[in-house]
Write a protein that binds this ligand. Structure first.
Ligand code: SF4
Length: 309
């Protein structure tokens, strides 16, 4: 049976407003009752889930929910837990919980203060960016970093990588911006600096590349069992994006109070579901953006392949 991942959408809210984030931020969160029902749903089923992820909105707005899920997750699954956060709501007590439960924690950090601030649409952006940098350094031995690279900041990609590396961070997930238009120059810079990062590694500077852990058959978006705040279950987290919310009814695969409507292990179903996702993506994005996605994906995959071989 194919290993799957489970994503809990705990909330659509976030204390940030990043320029590259498509989530329709709003005051909508899962309830305690639905969390309990989700655990019962998982107990009754036996999915081959090995990864449970919390990300998109800001999961640390719901720390108690994360603690509840991890403490009560059916023991028969024994999955790894992953949190991706902007880091500004972290504190030592929660870090202790993370360590005790061996949770993999990722902070999103684009680079130095100027680069990180550019993509955060906040009034007190400088303080918050400083906060992310401070937290990344403080917990560097524990965390992974999502370094977001955009067409614009790609010129400083390597400089920003070194900045993060010098905070003693040793686990990197490089995340070029997907579903955005990239200039020729931006793509050239992306390729060039990936090459430089590989050279830096070959010189004996040690860090881990964790991109392959996040591989998905649909560029950028995850596939699996996604439990939404409204008790419905989807096969992709594409539905978090405001652009694709209108397709929710076409992408729903069940709800936590009933059995799934489909056999998610069925090859035919999966092929059909993925082609439906691709159809929606092709409908919503311009050919120029789709072309950029292809190039970005190609450059990133090429780097990952070379890095690991
Ligand atoms: S921190 Fe994450 S969830 Fe929040 S706005 Fe930025 S990208 Fe979106």
């Amino acid at each position: 049976m194919k290993i799957m991942e489970l994503i809990f959408i705990l909330t659509y809210e976030c204390n940030f407003r990043c320029t590259y984030c498509d989530i329709d931020k709003r005051d909508e969160s899962i309830s305690q009752k639905l969390l309990q029902d989700s655990i019962v749903f998982l107990e009754k089923n036996n999915f081959p889930i090995k990864k449970v992820k919390f990300f998109w909105g800001e999961p640390l707005l719901k720390k108690d929910y994360i603690k509840y899920i991890i403490a009560n997750f059916p023991k028969s699954y024994n999955p790894d837990f992953y949190i991706t956060s902007n880091s500004t709501l972290i504190e030592d007590q929660f870090i202790a919980f993370i360590e005790d439960n061996n949770v993999k924690l990722t902070f999103s950090l684009d680079g130095d203060i100027e680069t990180t601030s550019v993509n955060r649409l906040l009034q007190n952006w400088k303080n918050l960016s400083q906060e992310i940098i401070k937290n990344s350094e403080k917990y560097s031995n524990l965390i992974r970093v999502n370094q977001v690279i955009t067409s614009k900041n790609a010129k400083d990609f390597f400089k920003n990588f070194l900045f993060i590396y010098n905070l003693w961070v040793t686990r990197f997930n490089f995340l070029p911006e997907y579903y955005a238009e990239w200039s020729k120059e931006g793509l050239g810079n992306l390729k060039r600096w990936f090459h430089e990062i590989k050279r830096f590694y070959n010189e004996g500077n040690r860090f881990e590349l964790i991109n392959l852990e996040n591989y998905s058959k649909v560029a950028f978006f995850n596939l699996g069992i996604i439990i939404d705040t409204d008790w419905k279950i989807y096969g992709t987290n594409l539905i978090l994006s405001w652009i694709f919310e209108k397709y929710k009814k076409d992408l729903v695969i069940g709800d936590i109070h009933n059995w799934l409507n489909y056999d998610i292990h069925d090859k035919e179903f999966n092929l059909h579901y993925q082609s439906k996702i691709n159809r929606f993506i092709n409908k919503e994005y311009s050919p120029v953006i789709l072309k950029s996605v292809k190039y970005v994906d190609l450059i990133l995959n090429d780097f990952c392949y070379k890095f690991h071989n």
